[in-house]
Design a protein around this ligand. Structure first.
Ligand code: SF4
Length: 409
């Protein structure tokens, strides 16, 4: 866990052939975020709840597809999967600060979400799944690995509508490929598609979050493309099961959106990354923001002024190092940030070896937590890694880089 050189910015990127329903809404907001996160190797760790969601899906899948002779409890499966997650996260440079995952998540969220997932177990039963499923699902840090888009064209249109848990459907004519959490056998010629969610599913105005609606509509298009003769019902399963309307109007709307994206993002075209980056509130949880010229260029303007959406700050800062002071077992640094403000970051682990940095060198700190209120909509000037008191949360998954790159000078 030492300070690393800032990776080179992403200059060009190849557009993939397939899109994924689960992040389609974000693809429309900032295509670079989704495309680069699927293909770029130097990624910042995601928010720890992303790993928790993945862990719970794996436990649910293993539970649903266990053989009848297997004498195992939900809790035993959960403990075993959690241990695997912690081990893998620990071994990865950018995620080892998230271990143990339950501490990074926080007691209340951990308890609420794991209890929720456990409540699903009674209804979960599925046919055994192909042997490669554990491999696909069992690598938490797979979220950070560069997979590229190998052999995309060779993926064939799904010939027969599958049924069961974690079923993949591929529809090249729609450029869509996705793994559906749960799809039933047709009952009275109607199939039910369910997606399991552990996080909040409603927006501030109590309507179902738009990205979940989009995801489910795209699943419906895919199912309809594989078998045009079945009726489709869509559900989100959280604490209760909620049906999402699927009618002609929603079908037309989602088709039009998909066609717009397909023509804007032609498969395999190599384009300038800056032409498809759209900085905004969604940069807050973007795993490639340290390599995104769009974000690096505009963020200092946000710091100096007001945020486009003050509820979604990016708790990052970069600038020239003024001083490093040891405070017990941690370090405190002061920098002049790229907006010309004096910024302080305290509680930094001494494993970063910040004392070795020269005064005036450029330091880039990502994934911090603020130790001041943010309600005024202004970028904080005081951050931390380990909190100065119980009132503040610890910043898990902090990453520190040195720079700058010549082209940013
Ligand atoms: S940092 Fe912002 S602009 Fe850049 S890719 Fe991520 S979301 Fe898009």
């Amino acid at each position: 866990m030492k300070v690393q050189p800032l990776p080179h910015p992403i200059k060009f990127i190849e557009i993939p052939f397939f899109f994924t329903p689960s992040n389609f809404e974000m693809l429309e907001s900032c295509p670079l975020k989704i495309i680069a996160m699927r293909s770029y190797i130097h990624q910042l760790p995601p928010h720890p709840t992303v790993f928790l969601g993945q862990l719970l899906h794996i436990v649910a899948t293993r539970w649903a597809t266990r053989s009848s002779s297997e004498n195992i409890t939900w809790n035993a499966l959960f403990d075993e999967t959690e241990a695997t997650f912690d081990k893998e996260l620990e071994e990865n440079h950018s995620t080892h600060g998230l271990v143990p995952l339950r501490r990074a998540i926080g007691r209340r969220v951990w308890k609420d979400r794991t209890r929720l997932a456990k409540s699903w177990r009674l209804g979960l039963r599925s046919k055994p799944v192909p042997v490669d499923l554990p491999k696909i699902l069992s690598s938490p840090v797979g979220l950070l690995k560069c997979s590229g888009f190998p052999l995309e064209e060779k993926r064939k249109h799904t010939a027969k509508l599958p049924a069961g848990f974690e079923q993949e459907i591929v529809v090249p004519s729609l450029r869509l490929c996705g793994r559906l959490d749960w799809i039933t056998e047709p009952k009275g010629n109607v199939v039910e598609v369910t997606d399991f969610k552990t996080g909040p599913i409603f927006d501030g105005d109590d309507s179902i979050r738009k990205e979940y609606r989009t995801q489910m509509y795209l699943y419906a298009l895919m199912v309809g493309s594989v078998n045009p003769n079945v009726g489709i019902r869509l559900f989100l399963q959280q604490a209760t099961r909620m049906e999402i309307d699927w009618d002609e109007a929603s079908q037309e709307e989602i088709r039009a959106r998909l066609e717009t994206v397909m023509s804007f993002l032609p498969a395999h075209k190599k384009i300038k990354a800056s032409s498809i980056s759209v900085p905004g509130p969604h940069c807050a949880n973007c795993q490639i923001r340290h390599c995104c010229e769009g974000y690096r260029g505009i963020a200092p303007q946000w710091w100096a002024d007001k945020y486009p959406n003050s509820k979604r700050f990016t708790f990052d800062t970069w600038g020239n190092l003024i001083e490093v002071v040891s405070q017990g077992e941690t370090d405190r640094i002061r920098i002049r940030d790229a907006a010309g403000r004096l910024v302080q970051v305290e509680g930094l682990s001494q494993q970063w070896e910040l004392k070795k940095l020269e005064k005036g060198s450029l330091v880039n700190l990502y994934g911090l937590q603020p130790c001041e209120e943010t309600h005024r909509g202004l970028q904080p000037r005081n951050f931390h890694e380990f909190p100065p008191g119980r009132r503040w949360s610890r910043a898990f998954g902090v990453q520190i880089f040195t720079g700058p790159l010549a082209q940013e000078k």
